[in-house]
Ligand binder design. Structure first.
Ligand SMILES: [Cu+2]
Length: 506
């Protein structure tokens, strides 16, 4: 018995030692209690209120608990105190009703004053609209000196730091490619909204925190005191990458701010210039050169300069079927991104920039299509999803065999169609290309053996694979109707549980 105990103690003390050894690793992180030092007058008010209320709580805590512990200790049973038995005490009850009411009122008065000030967005010196996107912030200067300036700000922390391949920098996950620049001493009204899901624009030192809700515009304001860089984050909890869309506000003196505005405006592409770029008759080389710049500024972080990406998270573009396949597939990917992945929509780039980057991708690294994506094609794809003219179908494909309805089959556990089925898929694609009005329904099948959720996921992946193949071949997205995965009854041909059906649909 003693031996056993000794062993347990030994292992416990080892564990404690191990924990102690880990402490220095934590101790390096800089700890700070309390809120960030405010950089606005209103922020100072909020800070002081917070301090006041904390102290009120501390005093109440000390008074109540010291009284309680004193009573418990002093009048304990072991020194002979009998339990008292009493009910109702008029004056005590009056006191414990009136006193807290007075305390609450004393807190509510300054708190309400601060709240009213916070809501008062009238007469701003300048207005910035902030739009939350998955996963970046868009900024449009709407009113004031900087009117017309517009940009997006994305996380600029290198992927290598995030994945632990490099040591983390001092502003890890709190740095962006573009800063929101504002002058000191000016009332900045911030209109906050979102384009996809709920986000929240939060800059603690400016005492601003506002939910960004799709379809609504909320407003808030701040007037910064000192120049400097103030960092914040999207404060929305639910969703994959809110933690990866920080906010960097750079406060400048009014003179510096004016210089910044002048510089931005000089570098701004006027709407006429953008339109001219779209109408211009670009050559392949020109588009490629344009695309090189766009790629370096927007895509290189994930897809890498070599185009090899960083699989499995970021797919290679060199050798990518989607990138060199039918143009519409790649245009759609870049315009609309892929929901649920890090591939964000790049709608905000101009038609010429998107055409350029796609032409660059199609003719760089191992990709050599020798053709270009024109701004006009990008424009057409933007216009309510109108399908981009697919390359004229070869005359031979004009009357393909009626391939629909069709079933494609898979090997167990695989999401890649069998070689036999590839031919079926090609026939389907040929038919869809020849008949631009045909729409299809796609259903993946599975059976009820094993893990149903896993089977359903696989059936779904397979159906999505078929959809993507159709899109990559130039079939417009709105012609494809995805059906939920279905199950087949046990006992039939096992192949039937490993298939995807493509049927003509409404
Ligand atoms: Cu967010």
């Amino acid at each position: 018995m003693r031996n056993k105990l000794a062993k347990i103690f030994a292992s416990l003390s080892n564990a404690a030692l191990a924990m102690l050894l880990m402490v220095p690793a934590f101790a390096f992180a800089e700890y700070k209690l309390n809120l960030q030092t405010p950089n606005t007058a209103l922020g100072q008010t909020i800070y002081d209120l917070h301090t006041l209320v904390t102290w009120v709580c501390v005093v109440i805590f000390v008074v109540v608990f010291s009284e309680m512990f004193y009573a418990i200790y002093k009048h304990r049973k072991s020194v002979g105190h009998p339990a008292a038995n009493f009910h109702e005490h008029f004056w005590v009850e009056v006191a414990w009703t009136i006193l807290p009411t007075l305390i609450l009122i004393a807190i509510a008065v300054p708190a309400t004053k601060a709240l009213i000030q916070m809501r008062d967005t009238s007469e701003p010196d300048m207005t910035i609209k902030v739009t939350g996107h998955q996963w970046m912030w868009g900024y449009d200067y709407l009113q004031g000196e900087g009117e017309g300036i517009s940009f997006v700000a994305r996380l600029s922390t290198p992927r290598a730091q995030i994945q632990g391949r490099e040591p983390k920098g001092p502003n890890y996950l709190l740095e962006t490619d573009n800063h929101v620049v504002v002058p000191t001493g000016k009332k900045v009204r911030v209109l906050v909204t979102a384009a996809d899901v709920i986000h929240a624009w939060y800059v603690p030192a400016l005492a601003v925190k506002q939910d960004a809700i799709p379809g609504f515009i909320r407003d808030t304001w701040f007037k910064a005191k000192a120049p400097g860089i103030y960092r914040g984050q999207c404060a929305e909890l639910c969703g994959r990458d809110h933690g990866f869309m920080p906010i960097v506000v750079e406060v400048m003196t009014p003179t510096d701010y004016s210089a910044w505005v002048a510089k931005q405006k000089a570098g701004m592409k006027r709407p006429e210039a953008v339109a001219a770029a779209a109408d211009k008759a670009w050559t392949l080389d020109e588009l490629k050169a344009q695309g090189d710049k766009v790629y370096a500024a927007n895509c290189v972080a994930c897809h890498q300069a070599t185009g090899a990406g960083a699989p499995p998270a970021f797919p290679p573009l060199t050798g990518s079927k989607l990138a060199v396949g039918a143009k519409s597939g790649a245009i759609d990917m870049v315009l609309n991104g892929k929901p649920g992945t890090a591939m964000a929509p790049f709608k905000h780039l101009s038609d010429a920039d998107i055409a350029g980057v796609l032409t660059y991708i199609r003719n760089n690294w191992a990709n050599k299509t020798g053709d270009m994506v024109t701004p006009a094609e990008v424009k057409a794809a933007r216009g309510g999803g109108a399908p981009v003219a697919a390359p004229a179908a070869a005359p031979a494909a004009a009357a393909p065999a009626a391939a629909l309805p069709a079933s494609v089959y898979y090997d167990t556990g695989k999401a890649v169609v069998t070689d036999d089925s590839k031919k079926t898929l090609d026939d389907v694609i040929a038919q869809l290309k020849a008949n631009a009005n045909t729409k299809v329904e796609i259903t993946g099948y599975t059976d009820k053996t094993g893990n149903l959720a896993q089977n359903m996921d696989l059936a779904k992946d397979r159906a999505v694979g078929v959809r993507d193949a159709l899109i990559a071949a130039g079939v417009a997205k709105d012609r494809i109707n995805m059906k939920p995965p279905a199950t087949v009854e046990a006992g039939g041909d096992p192949r039937q549980a490993r298939r995807v059906d493509i049927k003509p649909g409404a």
